[in-house]
Design a binder for this molecule. Structure first.
Ligand SMILES: Cc1ncc(COP(=O)(O)O)c(C=O)c1O
Length: 348
């Protein structure tokens, strides 16, 4: 194979994060309460599914359930195989090859991935101190689209609501607000999608709903934009089993409330525990915490993994030198993390 056979815009794309270690996973910011019980129950009763038939091309059942939940129309929603698929659809729908997408830095690494695989230019604007948006610079960059996630991954804080609103109001093009961790935050833009002609909000069942393994995500926008994105999406991209699990999970508000409550209770305790071991922690409005190590973070992750707990290293990124991210666990998981981290620090 010749190097030039590969599309020039994707030649330098590396494989995604794929750790091979056997350890307790506190590196993925998923739901530590385990599989959503309502989804598990529905899956156990799914022997009647006609799997010889296709699902509906646009997951109508789930879109109807979402419409009911959020007081919108089902055609405001586009459902995908994880919110990652939703992000991909957005760029396929609105970005010409070579056009620019503006995003804050540091933020979710796959935003740039989806821009690049769709032939776009990814331009970042550094967050200000306190990891807040530089809305002036983001608008001045004059991209075709703007994308951001709030709460922001990996910094864990939410962006100032007024800054996000200003971007939506003043940018002449689509603005994507990725709310993958929206259930943990106080405010959401999702109910407001009909107010704006350019707002797209993405959401997922992978975090608070406890269904990362089923790969279900969705986005909402005004009817015109959603209609375009629906046409671009690969039909049938969400399988029937996942759709059924997601509908059950959506109706079970108790589990999500429990997950959010747990995070609220444990967040402060875990932060304090990390501080008392000598780490600097950053404020979180999500189900994970960013913290800074006094030692090289790559080596720290390795030594901690050898003791059976995996957190994610972000220390190689500019502005995040020696920073790590951990999921906020159950009380027991957090105690395990703190005790193993304590051992690592003492042995250093
Ligand atoms: C900010 C953000 N957006 C999107 C995703 C993707 O979620 P999904 O599992 O729905 O593809 C993640 C997953 O970690 C994320 O952190």
């Amino acid at each position: 194979m010749k190097e030039e056979w590969v599309r020039s815009t994707v030649r330098d794309i590396p494989l995604y994060y794929n750790p091979k270690v056997q350890a307790v996973r506190m590196d993925t910011s998923t739901n530590v309460l385990g599989t959503n019980p309502s989804a598990r129950e529905v899956l156990a009763r799914s022997a009647d599914l006609d799997l010889n038939q296709y699902p509906t091309p646009y997951s109508d059942g789930l879109r109807q359930a979402l419409a009911q939940r959020y007081g919108l129309h089902e055609d405001n929603f586009v459902v995908g195989n994880g919110s990652d698929e939703a992000l991909d659809i957005i760029f396929k729908s609105f970005m010409e090859p070579g056009e620019t997408v503006v995003a804050p830095y540091p933020s979710y690494v796959l935003h740039g991935f989806f821009v690049k695989i769709n032939g776009g230019r990814f331009v970042t604007v550094d967050l200000r101190p306190g990891f807040q948006l530089d809305a002036d610079a983001m608008l001045a960059a004059k991209g075709k689209l703007i994308i951001l996630c709030t709460p922001n991954n990996p910094t864990a804080n939410t962006f100032d609501h007024a800054d996000v609103e200003r971007l939506v109001q003043e940018h002449d093009g689509p603005v994507v607000v990725d709310e993958a961790y929206g259930e943990y935050a106080d405010r959401s833009f999702l109910p407001r999608v009909e107010e704006f002609d350019n707002l797209i909000v993405t959401r997922t069942f992978s975090k608070a709903y406890g269904l990362a393994g089923m790969r279900v995500g969705y986005m909402a926008s005004n009817l015109k934009m959603a209609g375009i994105m629906q046409r671009i999406k690969i039909p049938y991209s969400l399988n029937q089993v996942s759709e059924r699990a997601a509908i059950a999970a959506l109706k079970d508000t108790t589990y999500v409330d429990m997950a959010v409550d747990l995070v609220r209770r444990e967040r402060e305790r875990l932060s304090q525990g990390l501080e008392s071991l000598g780490f600097k922690t950053y404020p979180s409005q999500s189900n994970f915490i960013l913290f800074k190590s006094p030692h090289p973070s790559g080596e720290l992750v390795k030594r901690l993994a050898e003791k059976g707990v995996l957190v994610r290293n972000f220390g190689g990124l500019r502005m995040l030198e020696n920073c790590l991210r951990t999921t906020i666990g159950t009380r027991e998981l957090n105690d395990l993390l703190l005790s193993k981290l304590g051992e690592v620090m003492r042995e250093w």
